[in-house]
Every structure is written in structure tokens, then in C-alpha cells.
Design a protein around this ligand. Sequence first.
Ligand SMILES: [Zn+2]
Length: 303
Amino acid sequence: MPVYLPTLSRRDFLVGAGSAVVGLSVARAGFSAEGEACELAWLSDTHIPSAPDITARDVNMTANLRQVVGELCGLKSPPAAVIINGDCAYLKGLPADYANLADCVAPLQAAGIPLHVTMGNHDDRQPLFEALKAVRPEASPVQSKHVGVIETPYANLFLLDSMYQVDVVTGELGQQQLTWLAKALDARGDKPAVIMGHHNPQFQAPPEGSRWTGLQDTAAFLELLASRKHVRAYVFGHTHNWSISRRDTLHLINLPPVAYVFGAGKPNGWVHARLDTTGMTLTLHTIDKQHPQQGERVELSWS
Ligand SMILES: [Zn+2]
């Protein structure tokens, strides 16, 4: 699951199938360089194309990601991990897309910052694994899915794979992954749980003849989360629409895209997540530093 494991060996971080409690791929992210918090950088929807000069909706996606990576490497206190929450590639998850992505994120490796990715509807697992060799899991606990857990001092992050088919908008977790998630959550009831996956929950079925655009197994997924009180948040991308809401006790965190937005005036950028004993502080870093939402901060309590 982790792309880079710079400070400890892969073996130190990864627990292969069969040797962990429920056969998980597990990584650990500790305290950041300064202070007692665990600081993470959350990115989504980078949509990196096959060549750096390709643009879409008047945005150069490669330039945006390069800017963000530069900001991350320049932080006084580097994040303990960076997560790209799906749609890493532009449209079809091409090998050339991931070669460009590997170039864009190379400075993170040089800075010793681990990178993790989840799969979006515009990704393809095999070309990703081939371009970023270290991302290939030793064994996946869920067949044909790219999932894992990041344990931090204050919360555990569960990275899901909601990719249904390459370049098909619909998201699906599937029963096997839900069964794995339930076991993984139950094995880690001692800390708050933060779930990350690319697709948004979709609370209503689409009209007859239309596709689901979010998670088509939203009902089963949310029921699973609701029955486990240590689950505090679901973090997703896909809609390119930065927003935070709440459904009962579950925080719903919709990350902004690093790439283009779908609505005029919406922010693109990344989110700095600071985890401590009381909860999470999320700070929005926009691509356009003049954007009115630059620096917007949200506090979410674990209780
Ligand atoms: Zn996207």
C-alpha cells in the first residue's frame, strides 16, 4: 500500500497476509517532526495525464500536483504521510499517466515522506503498480482490491478501494471488502477510526436507467460504519467539491481536487489534517493563494 517506506524497511512497516490479526496490509505513521500531533496531507483527484503539457478545463494538472508536492516538501514540519485519495490518473489509468505521476511525487521520496494512494474510477491497479513498483502489495487481504490500514498514534485510517471498473463513474466496495473492513475495524476498536475511499456516499438510488455516480453499496457501507461507534469520519473525493457535513455521528469530509473543479469558484488544493488526542484539525490549502477559502480551518472532535 505505501509507495515509499523511506525510514524503515518495507518489512518493518508492512505485515503481509496471514501474519497480522486479520491478514492486513498495515503501515504506520507516527508523530510529525515537531510537536505531539500526527500530521497528514490529504490529496484527491490529481488526474495526472500522460504528458505534463496536457490541460483540462483550463487547468494544468501536472503543474497543480507539482505545486502541492513543493508545498509539502517545504513545510517546516513535514507530514508523517501523504495520501492521494483516488483518481490519481487522468481518465483511463494509463501507464504514461503513472510515469508522469511518479515524476511529480519523486520529491516526496527525496524528502522522506511516505505516500499512499487509493483507487478512483479513473485509475487502474496494474499500470499503477508497474509505474510505482513499491506500491504493489505483497498480498492483498481483499482479492482484486487495493486496501490497507495506516495506524497512527491517535486514530487508525482504513484505505478502501471503491473502483468498480476503469473509467466507469460508479463506485462499489463489494461484499468481500466490507467483510474485511468489518474485521479490520473490530480488531482496532481502541482508537477512533477514519475511513478513506474515493467515491462519495449516494443516499438515493439513481432514476431508472441511470447509473450510480457514487457508491452503489452506500447503504450496506454506512450501516457497517454506524454499528461501530469508534468510526468517526469518512473521507472521500470524486465530486471535486470541498465540503464537510455530518450524518448522525459520522463526519463526511469531501476533499477538494488537486486538479480542476466542476463548479466555478470552488477551491482546488489539498487538506492538512492534524490529529491529536481530542480530534482532527483540517486546514485547506488552495492552489490559488488568493482564493477566499485559502487557510479555511475546521475542527472535528473525536467525541
Ligand atoms: Zn476525479
